[in-house]
Ligand binder design. Sequence first.
Ligand code: BTN
Length: 333
Amino acid sequence: MQKASPTKLAILDKLVSAAPEMVPSGELVASLKVTRQAIWKGIESLREETIGIESVPNRGYRFASPPTFDLSPSWLEYSLKGCPLGHPILVFDSVESTQEIVKEAARQNMPAGLVALAEEQRSGRGRMGRIWLSPTGGNLYASILLRPRISPMQIQLVNLAAGLAAQMTLESLFRVRCSLKWPNDLLWKGRKLCGILSETASETDRVHYAVTGIGLNVNMSVEELVSAGAENPCSLLEIRGEKSDRGEILAGILRRLAEMIETLETGGMQRLVSLYRQRCSTLGKEIRILTDSGIDYGIAENITPDGALEVNVQGTLRIYSAADVLHVRASQD
Ligand code: BTN
């Protein structure tokens, strides 16, 4: 597992702000109040994260280049300075599921903001008890620990916020405009690009935690995803025709999600739901709704202020807060 440390982050901060100038190692020792050996170990560890740092004997160190490994935890944390989410960031090669890592951290009372990332998940989990295929190959598998100060009745809004944050990030970084299939799948031309799973623990009047997991197909080809077993997938690689930086995408999502949670905590539910409605391709569609008690068919009419789906089922309006939705007719959004 790789992670940042206070020393590594402080070194990075000094070197990046001084670039292209050199920073004498004595200056690092004095300002960070650590030993020369601790500085050297920190530099070595930053280099292992593929961050380019030059050293000149008797002169010091210079920041040369951002990491080539797009999930460098120190670089990510550095770029998320001031954001309440993304501290710490834990990066694993292979785990059963990042959800399990973060849920355990939540039970150990770790504060909100912790993020676990993995190159591969051996038992990635999707909504409604499904599996989320998570092979190695450059996709984003991330789980975020949240402790939103909202009523448990409104927890679905955190789920919608995560989808919205991902949708808006892809649009602003790459001009890729996906639609949101309620509650929070990102679709591109009707095919699935991203799935989100939120697992929560709450009591009557308080949310203890929400662990929000994001699976986004970034740098794998559609052929690779299909041969791994994914159904009707698409990937950013296919849409953009080039590889994307997963760290940049994750940082964008975390910044937006942090803002949206603040919006929710300060009573801005309506604003969030209205942003969501504008991007939701489920509204107005004929849908099949799979719930724990059976299957319904109807027309999706609205998103309620709590984030539930309002559906016209044979002339009766029904509210669904947790369900699996299928758009009955294939469409381009
Ligand atoms: C879905 O569409 O069914 C939700 C998929 C959520 C997948 C992500 S990948 C990171 C996190 N870890 C998991 O095991 N699942 C979520």
